[in-house]
Design a protein around this ligand. Structure first.
Ligand code: FAD
Length: 311
């Protein structure tokens, strides 16, 4: 059995495991895919201290760093069921999709999230070539250009306000007949001269020249008419889905969006179970914040373990 078992091998999980291993705790990582979202990321320019890197390279660096310690790394290990300890100090059990089970006195859940895809032709082909999901990450790549933001909820409207400051022009596209973002954000959005808002508009295709995005096609849901907008970038902002479906029914408190509810120490409602990164209620979801939260959750696990000697 482990003293600390980290579930997830992205930035949050890697950071957590290094911290607990350095405290001398027997640490394991069970991850469906080591590196997490980094595997799908091209340029990274907002990790302080590293002016430029690429996702797969950062993932390899994290794996090497984890490899410096006696951490039991289990890749291709997907958790399917969590059975929390009946009492503080006892063992939690993680069941894996491959039929195995792992036991640990404390758990750090860092299973991350995935961006909800539009599911239209061109989206996958031009991912990272004009189709983007993170305005904080990729906004500056479209300096002075025309882009669209798809989604009129808070994240879409925030993205449009953010991008309007950097890019030449933003078209916000909402499927519904009205935006769902908070009124104060909508007012800010409408005050910007380089933003157009389209409602009742269904994006049907993203077009490109083979190497990058050149246009977007949408259908007016009232008239049925199709239109085309020439642009360089499409930001898809229709939701970030936490990888926590497998935790439902375990007794762990999740928010209405499925995020693991954590306090400022990364503690969940269950003793000895901590969480970090994109899978949690933490407000901003970035690599640097995931790493920071991972280290925080690890130090909280350390604190828990020294106060709850082996049962
Ligand atoms: P993740 O990276 O999602 O890792 C989750 C881990 O958990 C993975 O190992 C996964 O396989 C595993 N897992 C999931 N479910 C299970 C399960 N049931 N059992 C076991 N393991 C499981 N952020 C920036 O700061 N800068 C950027 O430039 C940037 N660009 C981005 C570009 C793209 C295309 C994307 C998608 C994201 C980008 N981000 C960027 C966001 C950043 O990647 C995330 O905030 C960060 O990876 C979150 O780290 P995490 O460890 O919480 O989760």
């Amino acid at each position: 059995p482990f003293e600390v078992l980290v579930v997830g091998g992205g930035p949050a999980g890697a950071a957590a495991s290094v911290y607990t291993a350095r405290k001398g705790f027997r640490t394991g990582i069970a991850a469906e895919r080591l590196g997490g979202q980094l595997n799908d990321t091209l340029g990274i320019e907002n990790l302080p201290g590293t002016a430029y890197t690429e996702g797969p390279k950062l993932a390899a660096n994290l794996e090497n760093h984890v490899g410096e310690y006696e951490i039991d790394v289990m890749n291709l290990a997907r958790g399917v069921k969590l059975s929390p300890a009946a009492e503080a100090g006892e063992m939690h059990t993680l069941e894996l999709a491959n039929g195995g089970t792992l036991k640990a006195r404390s758990l750090i859940l860092a299973t991350g999230a995935r961006w909800r895809n539009l599911g239209v032709p061109g989206e996958q082909d031009y991912r990272g070539k004009g189709v983007a999901y993170c305005p904080h990450c990729d906004g500056p790549l479209f300096k002075g250009k025309r882009v669209a933001v798809i989604g009129g909820g808070n994240s879409g409207v925030e993205a449009a306000i953010d991008l309007a400051n950097i890019v030449g022009h933003v078209t916000l596209i909402e499927y519904d007949s009205q935006l769902r973002a908070d009124e104060v954000l909508q007012r800010k959005l409408r005050s910007l001269s380089n933003v157009d808002v389209l409602t009742s508009a269904q994006t049907t295709e993203i077009l490109g020249d083979g190497s990058k995005v050149s246009a977007l096609v949408y259908k007016d849901r009232e008239s049925g008419e199709e239109s085309r907008i020439e642009l360089a970038g499409v930001f898809v902002q229709i939701g970030l889905v936490p990888n926590t479906e497998w935790l439902k029914g375990s007794g762990l408190d999740l928010s209405k969006f499925g995020e693991i509810i954590v306090d400022e120490r990364g503690a969940t409602n269950l003793p000895g179970i901590f969480a970090a990164g994109d899978a949690t209620t933490v407000p901003y979801k970035q690599i640097v914040t995931a790493m920071g939260d991972g280290s925080k959750a690890a130090l909280s696990a350390f604190d828990y373990l020294i106060r709850n000697e082996s049962a």
